[in-house]
Design a protein around this ligand. Structure first.
Ligand code: PAD
Ligand code: ZN
Ligand code: ZN
Length: 377
């Protein structure tokens, strides 16, 4: 059936309010307006950032909302003026867009296009409305993407065309988790051969950072997690040692110092989202040149305070969103690199579930049983 130009009725998981399970509903998805693209979502991952909205940790998101931001699909139709995409193209929606024109896009080292919706969480398209309706009510977008739905509409600046042969059930992770962690290591930290790295948190983001550390040539990669069930996968992906804070009386920075002959680590990655582990990661870094990269998202009101001696003595505290990648340029290249086997992210997918089991997918994440669950339609 020709759907172009028409409203599509389809299945979506609507978050009506925080703290409640998602509700599978029939939604109406309006056709794309000028410079917009309607995408048939084929596979979408569940990221901890989606759960942060449901748990209230990211409290600025407007409800009701369709969450999800890590997906792959095909273009169903395009709005007026869209020239670089056509129906049938395989694509990844981009939760950090790349307009190509703003001061951030023009800056060689800045990937945070001003058109991102990360801090403000307007949850609306550029014209101030959304394309989703359910039970007569407008439903908000999430991070320019909203992928927990069979069809979504995104701005053309928030979609990357990728290799037609790429397996959507795996490379959907390039839409967030993989690129975020991997880029934190290869772009933000620029891990060098021979270095020692520590990865705090061995979920989808941490394990992707670990893959990046390995690709960067790190000789020692120490994984840290309170859930020891994560250790086997971490070792499979390249961790040389794994430790749990619960096995030590000493604090983790002291443990890491002892493990490195008092030197500390060259690079530490915080992939959890707690201010205390961010501090521990910074304190674990080598004096004079160690770098701590914060990737985890902490509750909105949390603050860090620390003795400036930690950084005056040459440590660097930094962070990145989406691994520092300029999204529209780099996502197609990351997919090509995956196809060329420059890295393997398949091990991050622990569960593949039918879309209707989305709440089960969230439970697997919350109980620490999954790395990434992929929902398929
Ligand atoms: P996840 O829940 O799969 O992984 C977190 C891991 O941390 C789990 O294995 C936990 O067991 C472990 N953990 C929890 N508390 C501790 C602790 N005190 N000490 C050691 N380990 C602990 O989440 P994820 O990998 O999907 O996401 C991780 C964070 O990254 C999360 O805060 C998410 O919001 C953030 C994120 N940031 C970006 C970005 O662009 N910066 C993108 C996507 C996700
Ligand atoms: Zn994410
Ligand atoms: Zn821009």
């Amino acid at each position: 059936m020709e759907t172009s130009g028409k409203v599509i009725k389809c299945k979506a998981a609507v978050a009506w309010e925080a703290g409640k399970p998602l509700s599978i509903e029939e939604v109406e998805v309006a056709p794309p307006k000028a410079h917009e693209v309607r995408i048939k979502v084929l596979a979408t991952g569940i990221c901890r950032s989606d759960d942060h909205v449901l748990s209230g940790c990211i409290s600025t998101v407007h409800f009701p909302v369709i969450l999800g931001h890590e997906a792959a699909g095909v273009v169903e139709s395009v709005g007026e003026g869209v020239t670089d995409l056509k129906p049938g193209d395989k694509v990844i929606p981009l939760f950090v867009p790349q307009c190509g024109e703003c001061t951030s896009c023009q800056h060689p080292r800045n990937n945070l296009c001003v058109k991102n919706d990360l801090g403000k969480h307007r949850g609306l398209m550029a014209d101030g409305t959304t394309r989703f309706t359910c039970r007569g009510q407008q439903i908000h977008n999430f991070l320019n993407t909203s992928t927990f739905t069979e069809y979504t509409v995104v701005e053309e600046i928030a979609v990357a065309k990728i290799d037609d042969a790429a397996p959507v059930h795996k490379i959907c992770l390039i839409g967030c988790g993989f690129s975020t962690g991997y880029g934190a290591a290869v772009n933000t930290a620029k891990v060098e051969p021979g270095s020692t790295c520590a990865v705090f948190g061995l979920g989808g983001i941490g394990l992707s950072a670990l893959i990046g550390c390995k690709v960067g040539g790190a000789t020692r990669i120490i994984g840290i997690d309170i859930n020891k069930d994560k250790f086997a996968k971490a070792k499979e992906l390249g961790a040389t040692e794994c430790i749990s804070p619960q096995d030590y009386k000493k604090a983790i920075p002291e443990v890491l110092l002892a493990m490195t002959d008092g030197i500390g680590v060259d690079y530490a990655f915080e992939c959890i989202g707690h201010v205390d582990t961010m501090m521990a990661a910074l304190q674990s870094c080598r004096v004079g040149c160690g770098t701590c990269v914060v990737v985890g998202v902490s509750p909105a009101a949390d603050q860090i305070s620390f003795n400036p001696k930690l950084i005056v003595t040459g440590r660097t505290l930094t962070g990145s969103v989406f691994g520092g990648w300029k999204s529209k340029d780099c996502v197609p290249r990351l997919v090509s690199d995956y196809m060329a086997k420059k890295f393997n992210l398949d091990g991050l997918v622990t569960h593949t579930l039918p879309f209707d089991k989305i709440n089960e997918g969230f439970e697997l994440l919350r109980t620490g049983k999954s790395i990434r669950s992929i929902l398929v339609f």
